[in-house]
Design a binder for this molecule. Structure first.
Ligand code: HEC
Length: 201
């Protein structure tokens, strides 16, 4: 008899804990759902942060090219790209990352979630569809903003096809700083990676 009561008690306990679990995940789902207006606000915010960061990076990159050509700019990227994104992350209270399925800096390797979004952007690009920035609610207080990054002719100096748009000399220098580099072989207009910006609600 005692055993039976104990059994019922544990059964109820188990049932309640599942019920509670279901409730919290439902609650999280509701919290993370976004209205169209909220989506537009976060899209705008993400686009603005990506644009500011892109401008900062490319201004400095062009300055470095002017001062000492592509080799100087490679050294510059190696030293400064992270500092720039980090300081802008602090100013905007967001985590700003650039990531790619073929990353140069190991720190920019895509997370599992980012790999899914990158694969989706890649598929759309291959199908000739337009690529648009997107926002996705993450658990808790975070919103992820993703936007495609495409290459232009200038980028190919450091991300192009070896022996064609990318010289052996420049690639030696890149390899010196990034022995595991995967970020070459691209043509102009191709998808290189994406912005991955974590916004706080
Ligand atoms: C002077 C050489 C150079 C040029 C030109 C250049 N890059 Fe890069 N790129 C680099 C280096 C070096 C890194 C690694 C930076 C770091 O350590 O964070 C990098 C990193 C990146 C990343 C981050 C992901 C990764 O692979 O680590 C993206 C995205 C990227 N470049 C896109 C571009 C685009 C788009 C252009 C043209 C608008 C461009 N790059 C032009 C050298 C260059």
């Amino acid at each position: 008899m005692k055993n039976k009561t104990l059994f019922v008690f544990f059964f109820l306990l188990l049932a309640f804990s599942f019920w509670d679990c279901k409730n919290t995940s439902q609650q999280q789902k509701n919290e993370s759902a976004m209205t169209d207006e909220q989506e537009a606000v976060y899209l705008g915010k993400g686009k603005q942060i990506a644009a500011v960061t892109f401008t900062a990076l490319s201004q400095q990159l062009q300055k470095a090219v002017k001062e000492g050509g592509i080799p100087n700019a490679i050294q510059y990227c190696n030293l400064a790209a992270y500092q720039i994104t980090d300081s802008l992350s602090q100013i905007h209270q967001a985590v700003i990352r650039r990531t790619s399925l073929k990353n140069r800096n190991p720190k920019n390797k895509a997370t599992e979630l980012e790999q899914i979004v990158l694969a989706d952007f890649g598929k759309k690009a291959a199908d000739g569809q337009a690529l648009e920035p997107i926002v996705k609610p993450l658990d808790g207080q975070k919103i992820a903003f993703y936007a495609p990054i495409k290459l232009n002719d200038f980028c190919l100096n450091c991300h192009g096809k070896l022996g064609e748009t990318l010289t052996d000399e420049n690639y030696q220098l890149i390899k010196k700083h990034y022995p595991d580099d995967k970020a070459i072989g691209y043509a102009s207009g191709e998808l290189r990676g994406m912005w991955s910006i974590q916004l706080t609600k």
